[in-house]
Design a protein around this ligand. Structure first.
Ligand code: ZN
Length: 161
């Protein structure tokens, strides 16, 4: 069965940045990643590369920033009052923290910690990077009507609700 819209797909992957450093790997966990094809569950460049593949296929794909987590936005640096991070939190540069913004919770990277203010980078940590995925498709099945209407996969590796 080939991967196309309305298929539920499971795959293992190892993700490396343009310096060849491993960022993460589903192989470190027991379960592969599962997603609904055509629903924007994964980054666009990877979803495109998955199209037409079948269970057992292995491939490597490099995805440019525009098809991954976007280009870096240099206006993404912001100075935030330290109190927004909660009392007594010890922040370290490079740390990822969740900040409650008017647009909802957002993951930011701590750049500099001052006494009253914290400088953060609101860019996604992988913004501006070309990403290489080493992929092995482990399973392809028909998605259920319910999964298609929810826009995600249910069960192991998917959303449990
Ligand atoms: Zn659901």
């Amino acid at each position: 069965m080939k991967i196309k819209d309305r298929k539920a797909v499971s795959f293992h992957y190892t993700l490396k940045n343009s310096q060849g450093e491993q960022i993460e790997s589903s192989r470190d966990r027991d379960n592969p990643m599962t997603y609904l094809h055509g629903a924007g569950n994964i980054i666009p460049g990877l979803e495109k590369a998955m199209s037409g593949k079948a269970a057992g296929d292995q491939f490597e794909v490099t995805v440019e920033p525009a098809e991954a987590y976007g280009e870096r936005d240099e206006s993404g640096f912001q100075r935030v009052p330290a109190k927004h991070f909660g009392e007594g939190r010890r922040l370290q540069p490079g740390q990822l923290v969740t900040l409650n913004t008017q647009q909802g919770p957002r993951q930011v990277t701590v750049v500099k910690v001052g006494r009253f203010n914290v400088d953060v980078d609101t860019n996604h940590p992988l913004a501006g990077q070309s990403l290489t995925f080493d992929v092995e498709v482990t399973d392809v099945r028909e998605a259920t009507d319910e999964e298609v209407s929810h826009g995600h996969v249910h069960g192991p590796g998917g959303v449990e609700h």
